[in-house]
Design a protein around this ligand. Structure first.
Ligand code: FMN
Length: 479
């Protein structure tokens, strides 16, 4: 059963012993960050602050802060189960036998029923402020880190429509609160909503939901192609359609059961300095000019909970959001690159500074083909370092990957250096937005790849001796 809203998820967290309520007074200026940072680094619980200095609204943070909570959020047993769900969705093999056929029919009937459903009333509009009544100061917005330019709404689901096609996009883009009714709109130029903005010709209507069923919140972060509606993807994840309600002051829909909603617009002509902000990379992202979001309505439930997160040096909550993405998108990647066996995006590299990928090589320089394909695929285009290893290497075992790389690579032959687009947050390239990237081919090299020496086998014990020593081991007194 899907969570109807954030509160049902909170109830589930409580039941599972995964939530800690904190009633001592705590300041949203830096103090919540320090507590949440310590909690996430220790694999601690989700935190519900009920006594936030200057505010009556409780603050929820760290809801996604462990692998098991991330799975609970998406109602999965494990990340592997998430992978399997997508795999069964995209496996386009014709059904064999009656059981298979029934499964295929159920799958497609099920998908058809997952379109977002419009409802007339939404709990997110139990309390409505419009025009001059809007005051973002009502929200317990955090200043996350000491050198941040101010307070940031960090877990917003930002809804826009493509001005020509009308197609919806939902992305997570932080909002720096400027005053009672304006914020920054930090969509990077590569992201889908930024394209809506470029095409809007004047004003673009925007709605923001804060605090939803976690499947919706996750979906806003997922690197889906522009053609895929994040609310339909969320419905696939939660196994039930998302109920949407019409906004009060803009022609958009928002999740009916959200805790808080902001409605408004951005104008193509208006930009303002945004940042710096302590970011996913563990560094402050640099200040830059971004659109200004004018809030025309602030609506919320009668008893709203403000959901937020902090980002910074890993591990943080976004580490687990990214792990879910890694697992969910692997089957999709393998549709295009069937030779790929597995991939791992180490948390120390943020979302895309490093990608480890294992593959089954069938022809010379196929590892390079995989690198170039990744550099041409969705948000993997931002990968700064791609390491390719053979199929039998476990990419989640970094020591094993390091052993193969340090020993298998000829640094003149096996390295590919290219230039290409970089994530906006990258601070290392000499100029913003593009820079150098590296691909490292650590697969075993073939004669056809110019390696005419013998390639030595791995040092390993033979299976019969291992079995013999398994029997002997308990008798040796070495345990
Ligand atoms: C906590 C969090 C905050 C994020 N903040 C931003 C942001 O401020 N700007 C941005 O462009 N992407 C941000 N992202 C990444 C986007 O949400 C992600 O790239 C998403 O796929 C964008 O959606 P889109 O493909 O529909 O544009 C954030 C991700 C997370 C998990």
């Amino acid at each position: 059963m899907a969570y109807r809203d954030l509160k049902e998820f909170i109830a589930r967290l409580k039941e599972a012993g995964e939530l800690k309520e904190i009633s001592r007074p705590v300041d949203p200026h830096l103090e919540i960050t320090e507590i949440a940072d310590r909690a996430v680094k220790r694999g601690g619980p989700a935190l519900l602050f009920t006594n936030v200095t200057g505010h009556s609204m409780p603050v929820l943070i760290n809801q996604f802060g462990t692998a098991s909570r991330m799975c609970l959020a998406l109602r999965a047993e494990s990340f592997e189960e998430l992978s399997r769900r997508v795999e069964s969705l995209v496996s386009l093999q014709p059904p064999v036998g009656m059981k298979d056929k029934l499964h295929a029919v159920r799958r497609f009937v099920g998908l058809a029923g997952l379109r977002p459903r419009r409802v007339r009333r939404g709990a997110c509009q139990e309390v409505v402020f419009t025009g001059d009544e809007v005051d973002l100061g009502r929200l317990p917005v955090l200043q996350c880190w000491p050198l941040d330019a101010g307070r940031y709404i960090t877990l917003p689901l930002v809804f826009t429509r493509h001005p020509e096609t009308g197609r919806r996009n939902v992305g997570m883009y932080r909002l720096q609160v400027f005053d009672r009714n304006t914020t920054g709109m930090h969509w990077h130029l590569h992201k889908d909503a930024a394209e809506h903005y470029r095409q809007c010709g004047g004003r673009l209507e925007v709605a923001v939901a804060i605090g939803t069923d976690p499947a919706l919140t996750y979906a806003a972060t997922a690197p889906l192609p522009a053609q895929v509606d994040e609310m339909a993807f969320a419905a696939f994840l939660r196994g039930a359609p998302v109920e949407m309600v019409a906004c009060k002051t803009v022609d958009l829909e928002v999740p009916a059961h959200a805790e808080i909603v902001l409605e408004g617009y951005v104008d193509l002509e208006e930009r303002r300095r945004e940042g710096p902000f302590g970011d996913h990379t563990g560094y402050y992202s640099l200040a830059d000019d971004y659109p200004v979001f004018h809030v025309t309505a602030l609506t919320h439930r009668r008893d709203p909970i403000y959901a937020t997160t902090i980002v910074g040096q890993a591990p943080m909550e976004d580490t687990y959001l990214a792990k879910a993405t890694e697992r969910l998108f692997l089957p999709l990647l393998r549709l295009m690159l069937p030779e790929v066996v597995d991939m791992d995006l180490p948390k120390e590299g943020g979302f895309h500074n490093c990608v480890l990928v294992s593959m089954k090589k069938s022809y010379p320089l196929q590892a390079r083909k995989v690198m170039h394909s990744l550099w041409g695929t969705g948000q993997l285009q931002f990968s700064k370092c791609i390491v390719v290893v053979d199929a039998e290497v476990d990419v989640h075992d970094y020591a094993q990957v390091a052993w193969r790389v340090f020993n298998n690579v000829d640094w003149r032959r096996d390295v590919t250096l290219v230039d290409g687009p970089l994530d906006v947050l990258d601070h290392s390239s000499p100029r913003p937005l593009w820079g150098g990237k590296i691909g490292i081919d650590a697969t075993i090299k073939w004669p056809e790849e110019g390696h005419h020496r013998e390639w030595p086998p791995d040092v390993e014990m033979s299976a019969d001796i291992k079995a013999r020593i398994d029997e002997l081991w308990p008798l040796l007194g070495l345990e």
